[in-house]
Design a protein around this ligand. Structure first.
Ligand SMILES: C[S@@+](CC[C@H](N)C(=O)[O-])C[C@H]1O[C@@H](n2cnc3c(N)ncnc32)[C@H](O)[C@@H]1O
Length: 216
């Protein structure tokens, strides 16, 4: 497997906008593309992590839509996007006028995709290949788009986010009611019907909400 990640992304995606976010252009994979048709064995042999970065997840789309609709949420602020994937929430925050946006993801393909997508939308995003969970920083807003799908990660995230909230950081979560979304201490800000693909989700439409964490 070559390390030309940008070349791999360009070859396996097309530039598209989702119906909910016509303002943002992203390199996304269509269902017919080989990246979706690879078996797990083929993927592992090719050294490819699951291509989360090739899809605009329902929770991330809801959060990005909310930021574009309510730019005052992040305007002028230092914002961190955790598990940024294709970078859609980070791009929306930059478009909404955030003072500085950092997009963090552990997957090097996501890092390459965010770079390409930020450039496509002509916005400045600091892109970091790292796991920021359990770390501290000078963020005023921390954004989480569709990360509560796996228990160990969800537990770590919730503990870290609650600590940040206690320290005064605004926590924004976009989520379509994944299994491990915290059941308490969240205030719902908005809900969107997000068209999605039945290849990844059970349905071609998911309701996803935007939540802010409150003190518990
Ligand atoms: C389901 S995708 C969500 C992507 C994007 N936020 C969205 O809504 O479209 C999850 C992403 O989180 C990243 N991720 C998972 N655990 C992480 C961690 N501990 N730190 C940083 N990134 C992480 C994965 O690599 C993947 O890109």
């Amino acid at each position: 497997m070559s390390t030309d990640r940008a070349g791999f992304i360009a070859a396996n995606t097309t530039v598209q906008s989702t119906a909910l976010l016509p303002e943002i252009r992203l390199h996304l994979a269509s269902e017919s593309m080989p990246i979706w048709q690879m078996s797990d064995e083929e993927r592992v042999a090719a050294g490819l992590p699951l291509p989360y970065w090739a899809f605009a997840w329902a929770g991330g789309q809801a959060l990005a839509r909310y930021l574009l609709d309510c730019p005052e949420t992040v305007a002028g602020m230092r914002v961190l996007d955790v598990g940024a994937g294709c970078g859609l929430e980070a791009i929306a925050a930059a478009m909404a006028g955030a003072g500085a946006v950092t997009a963090a993801d552990t997957d090097p393909f996501a890092i390459a995709a965010i770079e390409m997508n930020a450039k496509l939308n002509q916005v400045a995003v600091n892109i970091r290949q790292l796991d920021p969970v359990d770390q501290s920083g000078d963020w005023q807003v921390v954004m989480v788009g569709d990360l509560f799908f796996e228990q160990p990660l969800a537990k770590r995230l919730e503990t870290w986010l609650r600590g940040l909230r206690q320290a005064g950081v605004e926590i924004l979560i976009g989520d379509p009611q994944r299994t491990y979304l915290p059941r308490q201490g969240l205030e719902k800000l908005a809900t969107y019907a997000v068209p999605t693909t039945s290849a990844l989700e059970d349905s071609d439409l998911r309701n996803a909400s935007v939540w802010r964490m409150v003190y518990v």
